[in-house]
Ligand binder design. Structure first.
Ligand code: SF4
Ligand code: SF4
Length: 442
């Protein structure tokens, strides 16, 4: 275990399982026969369709939008004909209003797609507008609209931008490959965000189990002295915003607070690449890099995939299932969401698809808590998971709230270390949902 490098309090060292794909270059997947593009791929208001059944659409064309500030427009990733607009399963678990497009294979680019010019000629507000209109959201999983993150209230002075290249989630290597293969885009996108935020300092944090990526990005920042590289200790969840901020700056985000409360904004590697594309070519966020891996997929790969392509199509491109499927996950094993079907689409936040066989999918039955306190010792947020969980399971959500349940980042560390295999993160997630619902009502 390599203990060199910056880090945070708590956390664990799960097996990486990254060797299956970390040395595999990104492949571009073919255009599928059909895409299903959900109108809600982000935190905030869902979009309304701006096209109708029978319309011909082109690559990069706006197909869904919302007037709400906390939302993000949706664009077509293909050219073809709108076949249906209806609710379809989405990787978030719910059925979401989606635009189904039969592709024509032409990949005709929409007339609105054009370079936005040179970064030095753009103002901060123009950059934020480009990011907003291009549908850029956080690509690490949460899907928070990026323009909102770049518009803090006037009383929150931001002085540091951190680019999250930790990729601490086991199995996933999509950010790793992007760092190796697209360093210029990372630097361009980082510079754009710095200008949008008016900050003069940015740090790209990379875990030290990716020495090749550290080398490539260090080389790239030689031309950009305002950007530095922080070598992070390989520890989960190093890529959690609060953990990363502490590791890089030693600033602690207060309970119930946000990174902006300590003057920091964090963006993901994929997000800054999407921003670079939106400025340079004018192409909105219509594709992303996805790691497809696990014990039940024949050929694990890193792929550049059109948003809306089904998990099924992507797995077939990887040679299909190698054995009976045990569990299919959107994301990694720690924070990912289990899927009940492979007929769900890749969305902006899909960093990986984990395909596990029956053996790897087994979850042991929980037994009684032995009060060993391991969940408390390793929680990166300094919480008491056993107490929050107990209150949640007994329906005492106010008590769970008193123990700062909302500070939980759902990293799964507590469940991972618990010798009794208690359903800690699941029950805490349930408490958070109840607390948030109650707050909304009141
Ligand atoms: S309580 Fe939440 S933040 Fe703490 S270890 Fe468990 S899942 Fe992670
Ligand atoms: S780790 Fe599990 S057994 Fe130990 S105190 Fe926490 S809930 Fe109880």
């Amino acid at each position: 275990m390599n203990k060199v490098g910056l880090t945070f309090k708590g956390g664990i060292h799960p097996p990486h399982h990254k060797t299956h794909t970390e040395n595999k270059a990104i492949e571009v997947t073919p255009v599928p026969k059909e895409v299903v593009i959900p109108l809600a791929q982000h935190i905030g208001a869902p979009c309304e369709p701006v096209v109708k059944v029978g319309d011909y659409v082109k690559v990069g064309q706006l197909i869904g939008e919302s007037k709400a500030f906390v939302s993000s427009p949706i664009h077509s990733s293909v050219s073809g004909t709108v076949k249906k607009i209806e609710k379809r399963p989405s990787p978030g678990g719910a059925r979401v209003n989606s635009i189904v497009i039969t592709t024509d294979g032409e990949q005709a680019i929409h007339e609105s797609v054009a370079s936005k010019g040179k970064l030095e000629d753009l103002t901060a507000d123009e950059i934020k507008n480009i990011i907003k209109n291009s549908g850029v959201t956080g690509m690490g999983g949460a899907g928070f609209p990026t323009h909102v993150k770049l518009s803090p209230p006037a009383d929150k002075k931001i002085d540091l931008l951190i680019i999250n290249g930790a990729e601490c989630e086991p199995f996933l290597t999509s950010d790793h490959r992007v760092m190796l293969e697209m360093p210029e885009k990372i630097i361009n996108g980082t510079r754009a965000v710095m200008k949008a935020l008016s900050v003069d300092k940015a740090v790209i944090g990379i875990e030290n189990n990716k020495p090749d990526a550290i080398k490539v990005i260090k080389e790239a920042v030689k031309e950009a002295p305002e950007i530095t590289v922080a070598e992070l200790q390989t520890k989960y969840p190093q890529g959690g915003e609060k953990s990363l901020i502490y590791a890089v700056s030693k600033k602690e985000v207060p309970s119930g607070g946000l990174p902006m409360d300590v003057g920091v904004v964090v963006q993901n590697i994929g997000t800054v690449v999407a921003i670079s594309n939106a400025i340079e070519t004018g192409m909105p966020l219509i594709e992303r890099v996805v790691t497809v891996t696990g014990s039940a997929v024949r050929e694990p790969k890193n792929l550049l995939v059109k948003i809306g392509t089904s998990f099924k199509d992507v797995i077939e491109y990887c040679g299909g299932y190698s054995e009976e499927l045990g569990k299919l996950i959107n994301g990694g094993p720690m924070m990912g969401i289990a899927q009940y079907t492979d007929e769900v689409p890749i969305i902006k936040g899909t960093s990986g698809i984990l395909v596990l066989n029956k053996k790897d999918a087994v979850r042991p039955d929980p037994t009684n808590c032995i009060r060993c306190a391991k969940c408390i010792v390793y929680c990166p947020c300094g919480l008491q998971p056993l107490i929050i969980s107990k209150n949640s399971l007994m329906g005492r959500f106010e008590e769970a709230e008193r123990y700062n349940a909302l500070d939980c980042i759902e990293c799964g560390v507590c469940s991972f270390v618990c010798p009794s295999k208690r359903p800690l993160v699941d029950s805490i997630r349930m408490a958070k949902k109840e607390i948030i619902e109650k707050r909304k009502k009141s």
